[in-house]
Design a protein around this ligand. Structure first.
Ligand code: BG6
Length: 499
């Protein structure tokens, strides 16, 4: 990691006219600029469309005034932006791009530091990586880093092929694979909650934990992304990456140091301990769903099968729930339940750690069953922690009642929580790859997910569509837990509204 905490970089954004650049990347860079975290930088927007530098700067202005409350230093900020109209497969186009980069490098004194940010269709990732090397763009005095968006392949085989192609131009430690969940404040907090509290770490194992649940539900449907989503489904879109990453953080052993390599290697070990499934067993561990028409926020919304660019007989899942078993000493017998879906009733991501019941219920005479202790980590939209304990019910007699200790991240340190992308962009400029996924993590999660997708792609689910939009998903997801004597914890009663 660089010592100077104000990094310098020339950032090439491939796909600079796309949605991600507009919604996330330009606003994040603006916030970093406003906080004075960066000053020596230049951005070259790279995309097919012909645009002048001025037109591109207008786009950037539009983006930051729409997605941030930008009022100050707007012209100064956008003056760092340049544009190159690019043909991905033309060597000549890369040579021109190199000319622009070299000029900007000396103009802004960027010490040859280069970030290649690929925010575009994955079929071009390999070509771009090879071309930037062949045409000498990676031949630089400073660092060179490749920041790459998902999807990273659509199976283990395709991910491996892609990895081999990008590795011809970049070493593993120069590759920053984005999983934007790793940039979320409360996802980063998982490690701190676990490793900085004497209260939790001794209990964080199969002796005291009954099960762990990770839920990420969305209200939005597939929107305009039907073409991509038809081939991806919830399994590849959310589970292979975001959900598995959260499981790895919850399950990993304490690293010996908080360095990138140590943390990543513990995550890899956790993923290596995932119990493999045979194809015949997939149905015992995973369920899928697809949304039907329904009502969301009092508005009628269409079924997945009638969304744009979706096959009217589509077999693609928009919901997935599963049980992961981690067969190691710490977690033997503890199920990790995960679920994610589109067009659900709420937008909410949270983790519930359910502790085992105490050995004996002394309150049984009053007819009470004790509420289990729960630790809830609220990831979004609320950010915080709730600990559910039992305490005496006020009044005569000794009865217990569940109480909540809640902490909300809102307004802490009088800072707004930075956007995931802001943190990740800054990390990539500083050379901190901790919150990016290592190839070994990607490979292991693809291998796990491939078994499920092979089965699902080859068997049509005749029950589809099996949940109305605006609900909590298909019933069969409840049976998955009921078989083990568990149920999904809804967090409505555990939210942070009152804190
Ligand atoms: C993306 C998926 O990775 O994550 C989208 O491609 C999904 O389909 C999004 O909507 C969810 O992210 P967040 O941060 O809104 O939970």
């Amino acid at each position: 990691m660089e010592q100077n905490n104000k990094p310098t970089a020339l950032i090439m954004i491939f796909g600079a006219t796309g949605d991600l650049a507009k919604r996330k990347l330009f606003p994040s860079l603006y916030r970093l600029f406003q906080k004075n975290s960066i000053d020596k930088f230049a951005v070259v927007g790279v995309a097919r469309r012909p645009l002048t530098n001025q037109e591109f700067q207008e786009n950037v202005k539009d983006s930051i005034t729409t997605f941030t409350d930008a009022k100050e230093n707007i012209d100064e900020f956008v003056s760092h932006f340049y544009y190159h109209s690019h043909d991905v497969s033309s060597s000549e186009s890369y040579i021109q791009l190199k000319g622009i980069c070299d000029r900007l490098d000396s103009h802004y004194e960027l010490q040859g530091n280069r970030i290649f940010y690929l925010a575009m269709a994955p079929e071009f990732f390999g070509t771009i990586a090879e071309q930037v090397k062949e045409q000498g763009l990676t031949d630089t005095q400073g660092y060179k880093r490749l920041v790459i968006e998902k999807p990273f392949g659509h199976s283990f085989e395709s991910a491996l092929e892609l990895n081999e192609r990008i590795r011809t131009a970049f070493a593993e430690d120069e590759i920053y694979r984005i999983d934007h969940y790793l940039g979320k404040e409360m996802v980063q907090n998982i490690e701190v909650i676990r490793f900085a509290n004497a209260l939790f770490e001794p209990l964080w194992n199969s002796r005291y934990i009954s099960n762990i649940q990770v839920t990420s539900s969305e209200i939005l449907g597939v929107e305009e992304r039907g073409r991509y989503y038809e081939k991806s489904g919830a399994l590849r879109d959310m589970l292979q990456n975001h959900m598995m990453q959260m499981v790895a953080l919850l399950a990993m052993e304490p690293p010996i140091k908080l360095t990138t390599d140590e943390i990543r290697s513990e995550k890899v070990r956790a993923l290596r301990s995932l119990r493999p499934m045979s194809k015949e067993e997939v149905g015992n561990y995973f369920v899928r769903g697809q949304y039907d028409a329904g009502t969301v926020n009092e508005k009628e919304v269409p079924a997945y099968r009638t969304e744009p660019m979706v096959d009217p007989n589509s077999n693609t899942e928009t919901y997935v729930a599963g049980k992961l078993m981690i067969d190691n000493f710490r977690w033997a017998g503890v199920p990790f339940y995960i679920r994610t879906g589109k067009r659900m009733d709420v937008k909410s991501t949270y983790i519930v750690v359910q502790f085992k019941d105490i050995p004996m219920n002394l309150y049984y005479k009053t007819g009470e069953t004790l509420h289990p202790n729960l630790l809830v980590i609220h990831i979004q939209p609320d950010e915080g922690i709730t600990l559910l304990l039992n305490a005496k019910k006020t009044g005569n007699g000794v009865k217990s009642t569940p109480i909540q200790l809640s902490y909300s991240n809102k307004g802490v340190d009088s800072l707004n929580t930075p956007e995931a992308y802001e943190k990740l962009l800054f990390d990539s400029m500083r050379g901190d790859a901790t919150n990016f996924t290592h190839w070994d993590e990607v490979a292991l999660s693809w291998k796990f997910v491939d078994t499920i997708s092979e089965v699902w792609e080859n068997t049509k689910d005749e029950t589809f569509p099996n949940y109305p939009a605006g609900t909590t998903g298909p019933k069969c997801a409840d049976y998955l837990l009921a078989e083990d004597g568990h149920f999904w914890w809804p967090v409505e009663n555990l939210d942070l509204q009152d804190c």
